[in-house]
Ligand binder design. Structure first.
Ligand code: MG
Length: 303
């Protein structure tokens, strides 16, 4: 446990309204290999999170602590709930997205685009209209650690999956390595972490912002929104005020809607992903390499 003043760094007065003077950074659990894909289940009062190299999905609750939820998990990474509350998972080794049904069976939602296998779906969000948006970079195919080396059949892309059988559409393809993604609260913007292809001499490593079309089905723009200093962002979440909470090497960086770094939640390990949850959707859950942390904030996640 660390003192609150030691766990945040304010760089803009707007940041001071987002954090609480008396909320401490909490270490919830540790001993994992590489945590990813946090998603809050309010009705179950629990967080689901993936320990990718250990090929398992874990469940954390305040009452019960950590337990195994799904094992093996096909090296699941990003997760979200659909509009019916079902768990959506991205899988590295099976190169697909699945949905966990109410009866416990698992449905494969998509494993191909344009007649070719997906790479290694990385992160996923569900829009209010039920459409499923996910990134498909190569990372999960490159190492045995995160799912086993496999050959890519197509370039990285960002996809929209129609909930009503309308199929899969590439909404953006101009990527080195699309990673975490998050809609703004009004769903007018989609933020995507570009983490650059491994081995690239000049990798694009910054957060891009796309404008969502009026019908909610396509994107435009995609210019640089913010460059994390130093390094890159992975998972992202928006709050109700339009701020972007980003994973970074030294913790969580909070970026204003104008692209300005407002402040940091300092974490002693690299952060891969994060989400808001708990009773008021104001508790930030932080996946940090081998440990899971949490911090109560004074804002709420965009719902
Ligand atoms: Mg990711």
């Amino acid at each position: 446990m660390s003192h609150p003043s030691a766990c945040t760094e304010s760089l803009d007065p707007r940041f001071d309204e987002l954090v609480l003077f008396n909320a401490e950074l909490e270490l919830l659990a540790e001993g994992f290999r590489w945590l990813e894909g946090p998603v809050w289940f309010g009705d179950q009062r629990c967080l689901l999170v993936n320990d990718i190299p250990n090929n398992r999905t874990l469940r954390w609750s305040q009452q019960d602590g950590i337990s195994t939820f799904l094992e093996p998990s096909a090296f699941a990474n990003g997760q979200a709930r659909d509009r019916q509350g079902r768990l959506i998972q991205c899988h590295h080794s099976s190169r697909c997205l699945t949905r966990l049904e109410y009866d416990g069976s698992i449905t494969t939602l998509v494993e191909q685009a344009g007649g070719k296998r997906l790479n290694a779906p990385n992160d996923v969000v569900v829009k209010r209209d039920g459409s499923i948006w996910f990134s498909d970079p190569l990372y999960g195919l490159l190492t045995d650690f995160e799912g086993g080396r496999q050959c890519s059949e197509q370039p990285p892309a960002l996809y929209r999956l129609d909930p009503d059988g309308g199929g899969i559409t590439a909404v953006a393809q101009d990527f080195d390595g699309p990673n975490g993604l998050a809609f703004s609260a009004d769903e007018q913007w989609l933020y995507v972490a570009e983490t650059g292809a491994a081995g690239s001499t000049n990798p694009r490593q910054y957060i891009r912002r796309f404008q969502v079309s009026a019908d909610g089905r396509s994107l435009s723009g995609g210019d640089l929104f913010h460059k994390i200093s130093s390094g890159w962002a992975d998972g992202l979440r928006c709050d109700e005020r339009g701020n972007l909470w980003c994973s970074a090497a030294d913790g969580v960086h909070v970026i204003g809607p104008d692209g300005v770094l407002l402040g940091k939640v300092l974490i002693p390990q690299r952060v891969s992903n994060l989400c808001f949850g708990d009773r008021f959707n104001s508790r930030l859950f932080i996946c940090a390499s081998t440990a899971l942390y949490a911090l109560f904030t004074n804002t709420r996640g965009a719902s």
